[in-house]
Design a protein around this ligand. Structure first.
Ligand code: ADP
Ligand code: MG
Length: 347
């Protein structure tokens, strides 16, 4: 399938600061792409380049095969939803949504008809004649979404669109966003620093760090087989510890010498990562030895436990244990894992 959007080797400098460093990315039609990364990793810069609010210092952006690198926002087939919604407070919801169509010279009846259609699509059919201040935060967010969708863009760009909502509403809006995206079939590109949000939404998850793409792929793949140390710690949590590949193709670790699958060369230093749900108490194929339990946080369906292993006290062992596990801070407990779950990371 040919990509709807092709970002080709894009860099962006601010003075001598490299906000984006040789980024290449394909976005498939009808896909939900999430740009995930910590603050300052270049997510907004990349989104602004896609939307035409910033020009790259080098590289190209193609949308539907057309070079849009220097095309202004209004001319390209993209629209953007900003975190603060930027609704016009004195205008009705209907006029807010129809605004982009008015700019394009459409007559009132057609504008209103399309605004009503798209408001129904986002579940706000009743709000047409209201003013923004009469709506809740989540409803205003949906008006902003409707306003961006009404002009039928090829690509909808969203920069931390749920950032202003409380956690519960945020999770609810995630489900709605995903459902709306599937209904309209427009490609969405959504920026967030929240990994749970990324996992809930992404067909294609792009992990960014220091202006580069660290890892990208289906969210499940990025989680289950992260491509780098950074991605293993940013997309979900991990216990990370060092390993070295021996001449007999085993890996020396602080917990013993283990036989694990890796393509890394003999003598290579690697990082090993263990997801918390793969660390258990008691016996297992790979012993992690005794460890002193630090924090135990009850999270409803499980307990999140940190522990300092006796063999390597500097390592922060992280485990997700059953909610009824009888562990308390200060206990010394045996931990174990399974070789199939140990991730071997070469970068
Ligand atoms: P993110 O959205 O991931 O938090 P940004 O894309 O906003 O990151 O920023 C990436 C880097 O570029 C940061 O170090 C930021 O300070 C810098 N930056 C972004 N915009 C500007 C600007 N207009 N002028 C100078 N530096 C900027
Ligand atoms: Mg940002």
């Amino acid at each position: 399938m040919t990509a709807l959007v092709q970002v080709k080797n894009v860099s962006r400098l601010f003075g001598s600061m490299r906000a984006l460093d040789h980024v290449s990315l394909d976005i498939a039609p009808e896909s939900y792409t999430v740009l995930l990364g910590p603050s300052g990793s270049g997510k907004t810069t990349l989104l602004s380049i896609l939307g035409g609010f910033l020009e790259p210092s080098e590289g190209q952006v193609l949308i539907e095969g057309e070079d849009c690198t220097s095309m202004p926002p209004a001319k390209r087939p993209t629209t953007t939803v900003f975190q603060d919604y930027a609704l016009f407070p004195h205008m009705t919801v209907g006029n807010n949504v129809g605004f982009g169509l008015r700019m394009r010279g459409l007559a009132r009846p057609e504008r209103d008809r399309r605004a009503r259609d798209v408001l129904a699509l986002v579940g706000l059919a009743e709000a047409f004649d209201k003013k923004p201040h009469q709506l809740s935060g989540g409803q205003r967010q949906r008006v902003a979404l409707a306003r961006a969708l009404v002009v039928e863009p090829s690509v909808l760009l969203l920069d931390e669109p749920l950032g202003a909502l409380d956690l519960k509403l945020r999770r609810q809006m995630q489900d709605e966003l995903k459902a709306i995206q599937k209904r309209v079939g427009t490609a969405f590109v959504h920026v967030t620093h929240d990994q749970e949000e990324a996992m809930a939404l992404a067909d294609h998850c792009v992990v960014m760090n220091h202006g580069r793409i660290e890892d990208e792929g289906p969210a499940e793949r990025v989680y289950s087989r992260p491509g780098s140390r950074f991605s293993a710690t940013f997309m979900g949590e991990s216990t990370i510890f060092p390993g070295r590949v021996t001449s007999s193709r085993e890996i020396e670790t602080p917990f013993g010498t283990w036989r694990l699958n890796t393509d890394a060369a003999t003598g290579a230093d690697v990082a090993l990562a263990l997801r918390p749900e793969h660390v258990a108490i008691g016996d297992g194929p790979l012993a992690l030895g005794r460890a002193k339990v630090g924090d135990v946080v009850f999270q409803g369906s499980f307990k999140r436990v940190t522990a300092a292993p006796e063999r390597a006290a500097q390592i922060d062992l992280l485990a997700r244990l059953p909610a009824d596990a009888a562990v308390r801070a200060g206990d010394v407990v045996e931990f174990a894992c399974d070789p199939r779950h140990v991730l071997v990371l070469t970068r």
